[in-house]
Write a protein that binds this ligand. Structure first.
Ligand SMILES: *Cc1c(COP(=O)(O)O)cnc(C)c1O
Length: 401
């Protein structure tokens, strides 16, 4: 298991200042290897869902492993191309964007995943079968760690309902659209592999409607452990079952299909650490607060998703365990953790938040006119700066006086 040690993180904090996001390249490699090993029984392609962490250095590292890229905005597509991904290896999976952005993606030559009948129609009218497309379907499966990250249920804005298959067929038939893929993504943090298998069955039944189909994209939602003892999606079992299902499907239909995946969290959650410094210890009648030099402007997951991030006091690992409430320095309730046992925390101690790679820096903001932190990448034992921390001038950059 690739992990960064407390002394390594303290060195980085001392050298680059805090708060700081630290990523460990070897951990990303390890996760990628685990996933590709698990799916070696099928013709599988892994598209890294880069919205989880888009720093170009991370994209380049993921590219070097052999992965493709899943993008949800045209800017992510451009970042992917800049990082060196070829257009064939980029999948553009937007939601509720205007047709102009779809046109731009087509100009750039990437794979396009369409999740709206209106766009499907416009695309078909304009290009007929001259440019292949993938269709994002909503299989109506409720899954995921939290309602906010569930996307396959009936109230979700994502995908085209499988109950609209007749309408899709009409559009495809009248415009001559060339549909080479169908896609589903039912949410994040799904530990039950049956959700994927149920979804796959739905996708197989939809596949019958598309004679030119080459792949089925099962999206993502692989769960990684956030707290000690947390389960992880059993990718090995899933890989085996998916391989069997595809083999069976091939036997029944004579069609050999690829399977695509779009992991974000699975690849980059555990590679990341947010190191912060304790500004103050504040005793109140009810609790002891540890006030750190960060907040939900840097890591919003605990506030937004009630996510658990494991925290350790790396400056005092041998200290007496005590119970704390860990909060940020934002003028808004920004509690990272209630009633958390940490080894005794003193003002000036460094704390580390684990699992900070995915949706950490990416969801950061300048709320309270505070500055975004630096990002550091550790590779081959060496730490290097891959994004400078904001400076005051960055707050003024686009203001017009
Ligand atoms: C966010 C997203 C993913 C990645 O989800 P994770 O839970 O981070 O693995 C994959 N595909 C699409 C379309 C997404 O929107």
């Amino acid at each position: 298991m690739s992990t960064l040690t407390a002394p390594q993180l303290i060195n980085i904090a001392t050298q680059f200042g805090t708060p700081v996001y630290v990523y460990h390249a070897e951990k990303i490699s390890e996760q990628y290897q685990k996933l590709t090993d698990a799916f070696k029984g099928c013709d599988a392609r892994v598209f890294y869902a880069c919205k989880s962490l888009t720093n170009l250095n991370i994209l380049k590292h993921v590219l070097s492993l052999g992965a493709s890229l899943d993008c949800v905005s045209i800017n992510e597509v451009k970042l992917g191309l800049m990082a060196g991904f070829s257009k064939e290896n980029i999948l553009y999976t937007p939601n509720c964007v205007d047709f102009e952005e779809i046109l731009e993606a087509k100009e750039l030559g990437v794979n396009i995943n369409i999740d709206n009948i209106s766009i499907l129609e416009q695309f078909g009218n304009r290009f007929g079968g001259s440019y292949p497309v993938c269709i994002r379907l909503n299989p109506h499966i409720m899954a995921g760690g939290n309602f906010k990250i569930s996307t396959g249920h009936v109230d979700s804005k994502f995908g085209i309902s499988i109950h609209q298959i007749r309408h899709i067929e009409r559009v495809v038939k009248t415009t001559g659209l060339h549909v080479t893929g169908i896609h589903m993504h039912t949410g994040s943090e799904i530990k039950d592999i049956n959700v994927f298998l149920m979804g796959l069955n739905v996708m197989f039944s939809m596949a019958e409607h598309f004679p030119n189909l080459q792949y089925i994209d099962l999206g993502s939602g692989f769960k990684v452990p956030y707290q000690p003892g947390d389960p992880e999606t059993d990718v090995n079992e899933l890989g085996q079952k998916v391989a069997e299902a595809f083999a069976q499907h091939e036997k029944e239909t004579g069609k050999k299909l690829q399977v695509w995946f779009e992991p974000g969290k699975y690849l980059v959650s555990q590679c990341g650490y947010l190191v912060v410094k304790t500004n103050v210890i504040k005793q109140t009648p009810a609790t002891v607060f540890v006030g750190v030099n960060s907040g939900f402007n840097h890591l919003i997951r605990p506030m937004m998703y009630e996510a658990y991030h494991h925290i350790e006091n790396i400056s005092n690992p041998q200290g007496t365990p005590r119970i704390y409430t860990v909060v940020g320095n934002i003028c808004e309730t920004d509690t990272f953790a209630w009633d958390r046992t940490l080894t005794e925390v003193r003002e000036g101690d460094y704390l580390v938040f684990y699992n900070a790679g995915a949706y950490g820096f990416e969801m950061s903001s300048n709320f309270n006119s505070r500055l975004k932190p630096a990002e550091v990448l550790v590779q081959d034992g060496e730490a290097r700066l891959i994004r400078k921390a904001d400076v005051f001038e960055d707050l003024l950059r686009n203001q017009v006086l």
